[in-house]
Write a protein that binds this ligand. Sequence first.
Ligand SMILES: Nc1nc2c(ncn2[C@@H]2O[C@H](COP(=O)(O)OP(=O)(O)OP(=O)(O)O)[C@@H](O)[C@H]2O)c(=O)[nH]1
Ligand SMILES: [Mg+2]
Length: 467
Amino acid sequence: MHRRAEAGSLVRSTSADNRELVAGDTIAAISTPVGEGAIALVRVSGANAIDVADKIFRGKEKPSKFASHIQHFGEIVDEAGRLIDQVMMSIHRTPASYTGEDLVEISCHGGTLVSAKVLEACLQAGARAARPGEFTERAFLNEKMDLTQAEAVIDLIRAKTDLALRSATEQLEGRLGDKIKNIRDALVDLIAHIEASIDFPEEGIAPDGGEKLRARLDTIRQEISALLATADQGRILREGVRVVIYGATNAGKSSLLNQLLGYERVIVSETHGTTRDTIEEMINLRGVPIRLLDTAGLRTSTSDLEREGIARTERSLQLADLRLHVVDRSAPKPAHFEKQTANGNEIVLLNKSDLVEHHDWKQFDALPISCVTGQGLPDVENEILSRITRQNLRAESAVAINTRHRDCLRRALESCDRARRTMDDGLAPEYVAVDLNGALRAVSEVIGAVDVERILDSVFGQFCIGK
Ligand SMILES: Nc1nc2c(ncn2[C@@H]2O[C@H](COP(=O)(O)OP(=O)(O)OP(=O)(O)O)[C@@H](O)[C@H]2O)c(=O)[nH]1
Ligand SMILES: [Mg+2]
């Protein structure tokens, strides 16, 4: 079974290489946001982090004598020994730290200048400024977390709703990573089995009769497909559902946006063509992040400016996950109406239901609302949620892959499909093994176990500095 070990070590050896990438310099950054606050956190990580701390800290004890993870009160001083700030400092010794390296955390006062001076002292004492995401990158390279967990840190920071937060937390705990590792292990087993039968035909390791092999591969394909099916949910949780409000001028689109937001975000007026540009706001609809877009009203216009606005409306409509078509129930049916409602995922709202109904709308089946009295607005929210849930959200499953994962898993599935066809065609097991190895590489990329350098920049570039 020597092949099995080899397939496993493919994954492990790359991780060992990674560690060499890490050894080296010591980084420092302000980890809290820019601006005034009660405290700011400066972090230093790397082989010389404690050395740096010794040079800049003045207190009862030297930081190199601190017990790990205990806060100490003292002062930060510059090269000339001048006081910069009174701080709390803690040392987190390798490997029990966020980055896996020696890590120093300095809580100083929260002014922009104070934290900048503390950072400057760290840099003078031998650290260099960290790149965005470099602390988490080191955590990954030191095997404190897999790549899906590192990505979950970004999701966690950016989460705007409970559901998005839950999904990020579960990913951080390793739920997605575990699923990927199970798939990877199943592939490694399958490859090992097939390759053993190639290498030791005399030992009679018969490739699990054709049917059994096919069944094992099919299980793997199903598991990959199930994860791929969560991509839509992932996009929604990370970016929000795009809901576009559109309709004729003066129908009450901007009034609806304001109502759903709960404050007067957009100018509302009885003049036709008030809104000229698309306006986007994020709302949290019972845990689902929604990107709500108000658009320029549709009408035939002679103004270049307004025509550009209408062109933007049309572009937004093409990208919409859901459209809210607002009509004025007290006015005649607009000319564009039938044409527009025919396509797409759309909810028609009969606005101005507090006014006398125009006979065009008699027996027209749609949701009556009023942005003035508030009538029907809770129904709008319910309808939006039920449409989204029906389409692409499963609140019970918090695992949701991102576009990078989707790209890797699609390639993995293609390779598995090819392997399956090769089996069906009765070709030599060598060919099957080639395809399965391709699938193994693609699956391993999700957790960052292969081709590390290539994916790191794109993942960690999205972080803020100090994380
Ligand atoms: N009576 C009544 N008036 C409404 C209602 N909703 C909006 N209006 C009024 O209709 C007018 C147009 O509202 P807006 O929200 O600016 O309409 P819009 O669709 O954004 O218009 P454009 O930006 O010009 O395309 C304003 O005078 C609103 O006060 C409603 O439910 N009932
Ligand atoms: Mg408007």
